[in-house]
Design a protein around this ligand. Structure first.
Ligand SMILES: [Zn+2]
Length: 148
């Protein structure tokens, strides 16, 4: 039997499965169908990384709170996942690091230091002034260090 190897791809797939299973296990009437659960899983994972939430009972309670007056639980669940904020009482999430290529603070692709756009586009539009961008990023980093 071949030994299963842990690759980043397999890791990502496992995380995706875990997130989709978590969503699909939410209590009625919040339970998303399998397709919605799989669509929402990457969004949830991105928010977990950004906010420090973990899959568990607290997140389950947070996502399914106040069902009264909700007409479309699926739509509300999607919005709650997209707008997931750091847990109550948690330290504020650290400021997002800027993309090393374009300086954008959009979600960075894990381990690359570059935003999704720069990672996926083969010909990234060059920054109008890369030196100025780099200086800006360095200044932002210095501010971050001073604040912590
Ligand atoms: Zn970028």
């Amino acid at each position: 039997m071949p030994t299963p190897q842990t690759t980043p791809e397999a890791d990502g797939a496992a995380r995706h499965e875990a997130a989709a299973r978590f969503l699909a296990s939410l209590p009625e009437p919040w339970t998303p169908g399998p397709i919605r659960a799989h669509r929402l899983a990457p969004v949830l994972l991105e928010r977990l990384d950004a906010t420090g939430w973990t899959l568990g009972p607290k997140l389950r309670a947070h996502l399914t709170a106040n069902p009264q007056g909700v007409r479309s639980h699926g739509a509300v669940l999607t919005t709650r996942v997209r707008d997931l904020e750091p847990p109550e009482g948690a330290k504020a999430a650290p400021p997002r690091p800027a993309c090393s290529t374009c300086g954008s603070t959009a979600s960075l692709v894990h381990g690359t230091g570059r935003c999704v756009r720069c990672t996926t586009s083969s010909a990234a539009p060059p920054a109008s002034d890369p030196a100025a961008f780099a200086a800006e990023v360095r200044a932002a980093l210095r501010r971050t260090h001073r604040a912590s």
